[in-house]
Design a protein around this ligand. Structure first.
Ligand SMILES: NC(=O)c1ccc[n+]([C@@H]2O[C@H](COP(=O)([O-])OP(=O)(O)OC[C@H]3O[C@@H](n4cnc5c(N)ncnc54)[C@H](O)[C@@H]3O)[C@@H](O)[C@H]2O)c1
Length: 344
């Protein structure tokens, strides 16, 4: 996709009322004011139009309320579109363990519906947002990292459904010639993340002087990617000329455990270590994810810019300043939080 300011694009973003999708739309409209963005979102429990307030009045932005599984709505949303950036998904591993069916529906069937419509529309690029979780788990004692050549080995219904969607995207590229790109990124964190995900849950609990639930021994190792660094990576991939290619994307973190993240949040928020509370571990909980993002760095010069310390501090400040955003979401989903952590 050549970045020619005189030639505007129409970009269909799916899942743009969710965490990463809304951050991406806000970022894109600022960086590329000549482009039009259409946001197709079903507004599930994880999607809220509150996430779109900062750009909803932009004349180059429009919203369609509907599901990516709905063939007619997707056809309509695809009209006049050159580029698709596909975020929409059921995205929470814990929920996939409770209710896997909807993950297959949205993440696999929904992706296929979009691919078929994108092919029909002859888009110049279909960019699929995926996860490093499709690669399974690493030995915590090894220095191994996931890369573009790591074999798939998904271990949760969520990661299996995302793996299925990745395979379908590549199949549409190989079989029908759809120009695609895929990014497999690590754990994102930052503003507007639904408060069921680890950092958002931890921060919002601490604001209320409630403990942070830590699964098992808290020794699970993750890579953390600040959401705006993710947006710049997607931008580099979209503006770049490499198609039918995959990029692994990660943050500026060394191997860090969930317990270490929790301790950092306690330190930032001035809370005692007694506010860590052990919760029953997730079944099949992957022990370690770590990503090698050298391919996107060597191809496009992209690298993350926000350190974990900066990113966590900014995220804490955002949740402290935006209680009216997260409190209703936590209240509306109190049944889930009670079931998952037996409290709240
Ligand atoms: N959050 C992370 O740490 C992370 C890490 C790696 C990859 N990803 C991937 O990034 C993408 C976005 O993740 P997120 O954290 O922003 O998720 P999210 O759960 O915050 O948002 C998902 C959005 O998709 C929408 N949606 C769900 N089902 C839909 C459907 N059938 N039709 C249309 N819209 C639908 C929801 O309403 C919501 O707005 C997902 O594909 C996810 O797998 C996320």
């Amino acid at each position: 996709m050549i970045d020619n300011p005189k030639q505007s694009r129409t970009i269909l973003v799916t899942g743009g009322a969710g965490f990463i999708g809304s951050n991406f739309i806000g970022y894109w409209l600022k960086q590329h004011p000549e482009d039009k963005v259409v946001n197709l979102d079903a507004l599930t429990y994880a999607g809220t139009l509150e996430n779109t307030r900062s750009f909803e009045a932009n004349l180059n932005y429009s919203f369609i309320h509907g599901s990516i599984c709905d063939v007619e709505i997707v056809k309509q949303a695809m009209m006049g579109v050159n580029v698709v950036v596909h975020f929409a998904a059921e995205s929470h591993v814990d929920r996939s363990i409770l209710n896997p069916g909807v993950f297959l529906e949205t993440n696999v069937i929904g992706t296929q519906v979009l691919l078929a419509a994108a092919l029909e529309q002859k888009v110049t690029r279909f960019h699929h947002i995926s996860t490093d979780e499709v690669f399974g788990t690493l030995d915590p004692n090894s220095g191994e990292k996931f890369s573009e050549t790591t074999p798939y080995d998904p271990r949760s219904p969520y990661s299996a459904s995302k793996a299925g969607s990745d395979h379908l995207v590549r199949a549409y590229g190989e079989t029908y010639g759809l120009p695609y790109t895929i990014s497999n990124c690590s754990n994102n964190y930052g503003p507007n993340q639904f408060p069921e995900k680890f950092t958002a849950l931890a921060i919002t609990n601490l604001i209320d002087d409630k403990p942070i639930p830590i699964y098992g021994d808290g020794g699970q190792i993750r890579d953390w990617l600040y959401v705006l660094d993710h947006c710049t990576a997607i931008e580099a991939i979209l503006l770049g000329d490499k198609v039918n290619t995959t990029f692994v994307v990660g943050g500026l973190t060394a191997d860090v455990t969930n317990k270490e993240i929790a301790l950092s949040l306690l330190a930032i928020m001035g809370k005692p270590s007694s506010m860590l509370e052990t919760a029953t571990d997730r079944p099949g909980h992957d022990r370690k994810y770590s990503v090698d993002w050298s391919h996107i760095n060597e191809t496009y010069g992209w690298k993350p810019s926000v350190t974990l310390e900066q990113g966590l501090a900014q995220t804490v400040s955002w949740y402290q300043a935006n209680e009216t955003w997260w409190r209703p979401l936590k209240e509306q989903n109190s049944e889930y939080f009670q079931k998952q952590y037996n409290k709240d």
